[in-house]
Design a binder for this molecule. Structure first.
Ligand SMILES: Nc1ncnc2c1ncn2[C@@H]1O[C@H](COP(=O)(O)OP(=O)(O)OP(=O)(O)O)[C@@H](O)[C@H]1O
Length: 360
């Protein structure tokens, strides 16, 4: 269990955050400058809070009121940043072993070969970091952090510097690290698709304050929680059950209480739950149930609320209990349809707009 409750002033910025999670990965999400990295710095021991505590499984890493501050070198925390920061004069193997050097002898429970295997870096061991791609460097950085046998892993936007193909290679590896090594992770990211895939718990931070702590489907699908300033990034997360029927031209049926979602497969075993990330700008609204139309995913719901952003309206649609979808349409379209809270609507999105990034 990670338990953070701290206050801190750095320059003009004041941070006042409190959250707890005992469920694997905690994602810190929020706009640029909201305080995610400062929060991570406090957990790592790179910054001292003015008041409050950080506890890991009940043990204080810092507790200002009790006069406890464990220095960064003794916190047993593995850090992975956007830049891999490997030692250029050491080989990949030496970089990995450098992490191990930090683990106390009696705590070296993570096996070198298991890490090399999980991260697929076996063929790279003798190379210098200068001869690695960005994605390979990041794998080695994750391996080095893991081999320090940390009690906690902190990731600060580890995929932000990579192109989409590399991101899609590394994300499943981070999932394997999460599942194979069972070390709690705090993961900072701007990317809904990373967070929805990795983290059962999202801490939404705005201007140094916690706005929401909870599951990604709620965090990203409710107006008032999801930051909507950057309107092209507004996405919702829907949870739906994988149906036990053959795929249709590569599309898999997912059962949601408001209708069937057709997603590119494979998405997992039938009966499992998939998370589907739908960009608000990809959603079309209709007052009548569309027929003879190419769009396959059609969900019914009621308008819950509407927010405005210049000429655009962001419509929050209640699909089912605790399931919401955001749709960005023009104000003109909203007026033409006379949409208001309570209106019944059909929300459509193209399966072609979904790809492997959209499915968790
Ligand atoms: N050492 C520092 N001294 C003064 N101000 C700082 C310091 N570190 C961070 N800040 C300020 O604190 C605020 C929060 O910064 P932080 O890096 O935590 O944001 P963030 O949410 O991680 O943003 P991004 O997504 O852009 O990395 C910013 O306004 C930043 O300028």
């Amino acid at each position: 269990m990670i338990d953070v409750d701290v206050k801190l002033k750095v320059g003009d910025f004041s941070l006042d955050v409190a959250f707890k999670n005992e469920n694997g990965v905690t994602a810190l999400f929020g706009q640029s400058g909201s305080g995610k990295s400062v929060t991570l710095g406090v957990i790592a021991g790179l910054m001292r809070p003015d008041s409050g505590h950080v506890r890991l499984d009940g043990e204080p890493l810092v507790d200002v009121e009790a006069g406890i501050f464990i220095p960064v070198s003794r916190r047993r925390i593995g850090l992975v940043f956007q830049d891999a920061n490997l030692f250029p004069h050491l080989s990949v193997k030496q970089n990995l072993l450098y992490g191990r050097w930090f683990a106390p002898r009696d705590a070296r429970r993570i096996d070198f070969d298991a890490v090399v295997d999980t991260l697929g870096v076996g063929a790279l061991l003798s190379r210098p970091p200068t001869r690695l791609s960005g994605g390979e460097r990041q794998r080695v950085a994750i391996g080095r952090a893991l081999l320090s046998c940390p009690k906690l892993l902190l990731f600060d936007e580890p995929l932000a510097a990579l192109d989409m193909r590399r991101k899609l290679e590394i994300l499943p590896l981070i999932e394997r690290v999460r599942d194979d090594f069972k070390i709690p992770i705090v993961y900072v990211s701007h990317a809904v698709e990373e967070v929805a895939r990795l983290a059962p718990c999202v801490v939404m931070i705005e201007a140094g304050r916690v706005k929401f702590v909870g599951d990604p489907a709620t965090a990203f699908s409710r107006l008032g929680i999801m930051p909507t300033q950057d309107r092209f990034d507004v996405s919702s997360v829907l949870e739906a059950q994988i149906e036990d029927r053959p795929s249709f031209h590569g599309l898999v049926a997912l059962r949601h209480p408001a209708g069937t979602i057709w997603a590119p497969g494979p998405v997992g075993p039938p009966g499992g739950v998939a998370r589907v990330i739908v960009r608000a700008t990809d959603v079309v609204l209709s007052l009548v149930e569309p027929k003879d139309i190419s769009t396959r995913s059609i969900l019914s719901g009621k308008v819950a609320s509407i927010d405005f952003d210049g000429r655009l309206a962001i419509v929050e649609i209640a699909l089912a209990e605790k399931s919401y979808l955001l749709a960005t349409i023009t104000r003109g379209a909203m007026e033409d349809l006379s949409l208001k809270p309570g209106s019944t609507v059909y929300a459509l999105f193209k399966s072609a707009a979904l790809d492997e990034r959209s499915i968790a």
